[in-house]
Design a protein around this ligand. Structure first.
Ligand code: NAP
Length: 248
């Protein structure tokens, strides 16, 4: 499929896990992809090599997306190298789980900055480009935890619920300029983020998934590519849940 041919995309946290799968999927559909990373330079280079080796176009771009200065520099680099941006995927994220009595204010601030502030900063920079072009697609990666909540994740759930509110508000702001803003809410996906969970916890989570398995990063990437494509041209402000039926 080459439905994204001629498009330029940025995937934050695009070097590992779900972001890696999204970078590969967008590139396989013809988009030129900027693969953002914060510290995993080697992993980002591998993703870029995989894309270019298959005949696609990609570049690795370093930025800590919770930093306003880094995001400004990142978008400066993208506009100078590609001249434009058509697709933004806000995927960078982290967890720092604990029950509220044990959670430090720094754990709350760090997770909100990494997951929510980063999303707002990148949306703002992308909106400047896309509003001028009167077209564009922004896809924000939230989580079913932002919808249903989860004990031990008050910080993470707040950040992910915030992304859903941000998505709807920005969709309302930008619709008149032809820019669509949607969110994808993964359920329980096999990546480094979930690798450290105990077998007991994983087993219990899988028992709660009607489709009977953890999600693969590719499951999420396909949903993102759909929302980025013209097949979704009448969809904005939505949260597409991709969780094997876990939350319904
Ligand atoms: P992961 O394997 O831990 O990867 C996280 C990615 O985010 C890495 O590429 C990391 O890059 C990047 N990142 C973190 N902080 C960053 C920062 N400040 N600036 C730039 N990049 C940063 O996580 P994942 O499971 O793929 O999760 C991806 C997204 O899906 C996250 O938003 C997560 O909340 C969401 N999600 C995941 C699941 C799941 O079950 N896995 C479920 C629901 C939602 P570096 O390595 O370079 O730091």
């Amino acid at each position: 499929m080459t439905d994204l041919a001629g498009k330029t995309a940025l995937v934050t946290g695009g070097s590992r896990g779900i972001g890696r799968a999204i970078s590969l999927e967008l590139a396989a559909r013809g988009a030129a992809v900027f693969v953002n990373y914060r510290q995993s330079a080697k992993a980002a280079d591998i993703v870029v090599a995989e894309i270019t080796g298959a005949g696609g176009t990609a570049a690795a771009v370093q930025a800590d997306v919770q930093s306003a200065d880094d995001v400004t520099a990142l978008f400066k680099q993208i506009t100078s190298e590609a001249g434009t941006l058509d697709i933004l995927v806000n995927n960078a994220g982290m967890t720092r789980d604990n029950v509220i009595m044990m959670m430090k204010p720094e754990d709350f601030d760090q997770v909100l900055a990494t997951n929510l502030r980063s999303c707002w900063l990148c949306c703002k920079s992308a909106a400047r480009i896309m509003m001028r072009k009167r077209t564009g697609a922004i896809i924000n990666i939230t989580s079913v935890v932002g919808i249903a909540g989860n004990g031990g994740q008050t910080n993470y759930a707040a950040s992910k619920a915030g992304i859903i509110g941000l998505t709807k508000s920005l969709a309302k702001e930008l619709a008149v300029r032809g820019v669509r803003v949607n969110a994808v809410a993964p359920g329980f996906v096999e990546t480094d983020m979930t690798a450290d969970l105990s077998d007991e916890l994983k087993g219990a989570a899988i028992d709660a998934i009607p489709l009977g398995r953890m999600g693969a990063p590719d499951d999420i990437a396909k949903a993102v590519a759909f929302l980025a494509s013209t097949d979704a041209s009448y969809i904005t402000g939505q949260t597409l849940v991709v969780d094997g039926g876990m939350v319904m």
